[in-house]
Design a protein around this ligand. Structure first.
Ligand code: HEM
Length: 393
């Protein structure tokens, strides 16, 4: 066994988050498994080691919590997720229900409605010319089509983003920002639970399909409620942030946007490449169930491992020319949605949203121009924009 490689880098610091890719270069150069002193956790950042950790749930468990908090030693902030924060075989049962309600037939049925909404929103944004791309498109579109699909009532949907910020905020260390945010919005978790009740969902949405699975005995009614809540935790901010980053990338790379404009059929691949290149989901956590060894490094039982999937997407040992954004790239082994048993169950939904919106833009807008600096929002669990000043020509 080699001696431990350590780093003082702090993945939750403003510097790291301003440019995680420079930090990933440093980490990959240090070695395959690095001890992050500031937080007393391990991290992995090469494609191969990320894959090893995410594929081996018998050693690298989700039951220790989806964020930096170690549930083997600390209290979770809310009852743990019954899909993300459990291991097989318990995981398999809830996952199967989620897989069914997000299957290809449902997505095919949703596509046309999504296209109509995206077309209208892009037309409206283009009529304005100068817009905040977050307000006008990347936040507005998912915040309409996703809760509509789940069957959520119309009013108060902005609270979904507050809830998402709580969920992904809990991913990082508990700082002053998080404590005051939680205190200011103390009523929101109860509001979310109320909205997820069967009686408050429309009869033709995905939420109701989950309750129907409970009628069939596949899960209990209490579990159905928790699974509907999972949609609202995992499915809103992720797509808002990923679509925002994809729009920013296309505006920053006019030659790539020109290719998309010439062939809007590239929209799905463009979104996938944006997910590899710069995505909302940069890192995941696992907790070891036993003493183990990874790439020559001994790791103890109940230790946290931070898995930088954002770095895996830039690993030159796996992707040719990893720092080039190329919307025609053939992406082999996308890791932006995770892999293994917990790989994103909503990824086809996310891809549908991303594809439809980028295509609607490409079909209507000649040129995207950034008219000011993009601003990042501060949430430890996700990478995303709070502002994207742009002109749609
Ligand atoms: C671009 C948007 C999205 C990104 C980048 C993303 C990313 C991810 C990643 C990386 C994971 C793995 C977590 C882990 O292994 O610890 C995950 C899991 C998950 N995602 Fe997504 N996601 C997106 C959109 C969605 C959507 C739209 C939904 C719901 C329809 C969703 C629902 C879930 C759920 C329920 C899990 C947990 C799956 C499990 O534990 O088996 N996600 N997502």
């Amino acid at each position: 066994m080699s001696s431990r490689i350590t780093s003082t880098l702090d993945p939750f610091s403003p510097d790291f988050r301003a440019d995680p890719y420079a930090a990933y270069d440093q980490l990959r150069a240090l070695g395959p498994v690095v001890w992050l002193e500031q937080h007393g956790i391990w991290c992995v950042h090469h494609y191969d080691t990320c894959m090893k950790v995410l594929s081996n749930y018998e050693v690298y468990s989700n039951a220790g919590g989806g964020g930096i908090k170690n549930y083997f030693h600390e209290e979770p902030w809310r009852p743990p997720s019954i899909i993300l924060e459990v291991d097989p075989p318990d995981h398999t049962r809830t996952r199967t229900v989620m897989n069914r309600v997000l299957g290809p037939r449902i997505l095919r049925e949703l596509r046309e409605g999504f296209e109509a909404v995206a077309g209208t929103m892009v037309d409206e944004a283009r009529a304005l010319g100068d817009v905040d791309g977050v307000d006008a498109l990347s936040r507005r579109f998912p915040l309409k089509v996703f809760p509509d699909s789940v069957g959520l009532a119309e009013d108060g949907r902005d609270k979904l983003l507050v809830y998402g910020a709580m969920v992904f905020g809990a991913f990082g260390p508990e700082g002053d920002w998080y404590r005051s945010f939680m205190a200011e919005n103390a009523d929101v978790p109860a509001w979310i639970m109320d909205r997820c009740q069967r009686a408050n969902l429309s009869p033709d949405g995905i939420g109701e399909m989950i309750y129907a699975a409970a009628d069939d005995g596949q899960v209990t009614p209490e579990e159905a409620l928790m699974l509907v809540r999972t949609f609202l935790s995992a499915g809103v901010d992720t797509t808002v942030d990923s679509i925002g980053l994809a729009l920013k990338l296309l505006a920053e790379h006019p030659e790539q946007y020109a290719r998309l404009r010439a062939d809007p059929g590239l929209a799905r691949n463009a979104f996938d490449e944006a997910t590899r290149f710069d995505s909302s989901s940069q890192s995941l956590f696992r907790t070891t169930l036993c003493d183990t060894e990874l790439a020559g490094q001994a790791i103890g039982k109940h230790e946290k491992v931070m898995v930088f999937i954002g770095s895996a997407g830039r690993d030159g040992a796996h992707f040719d020319d990893p720092d080039t954004f190329d919307i025609t790239r053939r992406i082999k082994g996308q890791m932006g949605y995770g892999v293994g048993p917990h790989g994103c169950v909503g990824q086809m939904f996310a891809r549908l949203e991303g594809e439809v919106l980028l295509r609607a833009v490409a079909e209507r807008v000649d040129r995207l121009e950034l008219t000011g600096p993009a601003e990042f929002r501060l949430n430890p669990g996700l990478r995303g924009l709070s502002r994207l000043p742009m002109a749609l020509h």
